[in-house]
Design a protein around this ligand. Structure first.
Ligand SMILES: [Cu+2]
Length: 134
């Protein structure tokens, strides 16, 4: 009788663990945002990021009519989803109309998330991507 409860308990923990992993690996926003007016996408430029070295993300922002959004007002921050080691803002540069490079230095190895939030007209557009730092 007791063994059955232990097995049930273990099974419960396993289920919780699997659920936790599913939630954990999911960034808070997608890499691509599209609605009826605007499209924003984040792409890592570097194939791998190294701690204490600059890494860059490319952001492309267009109106759905095809017009690039120039002079966009947005921030990009990186954080470690599993830790409380801080929020690190990127420096942003518009390299061509509607295309921006956000450069930031991850301070340690592990799993990081880059998230950009744009304020455009009356809406907030958010994109994010998870990346690994070696
Ligand atoms: Cu950390």
């Amino acid at each position: 009788m007791k063994a059955r409860w232990i097995i049930l308990l273990l099974f419960g923990f396993m289920l919780l663990f699997i659920l936790f992993r599913l939630v954990e690996d999911h960034p808070s926003a997608e890499a691509l945002y599209i609605d009826d007016q605007i499209r924003m996408q984040i792409t890592p430029v570097d194939s791998s990021a190294v701690s204490m070295q600059e890494t860059t993300f490319e952001l492309q922002i267009d109106e759905l009519s095809g017009i690039p959004v120039t002079g966009a007002d947005f921030d990009l921050n990186i954080t470690m989803p599993d830790m409380f080691c801080g929020v690190f803002p990127a420096s942003i540069e518009e390299i061509q109309p509607g295309v921006y490079h956000a450069t930031v230095v991850p301070v340690m190895r592990g799993k990081w998330q880059a998230e950009a939030e744009l304020q455009w007209k009356e809406r907030y557009v958010k994109v994010s991507t998870v990346f690994k730092v070696h």
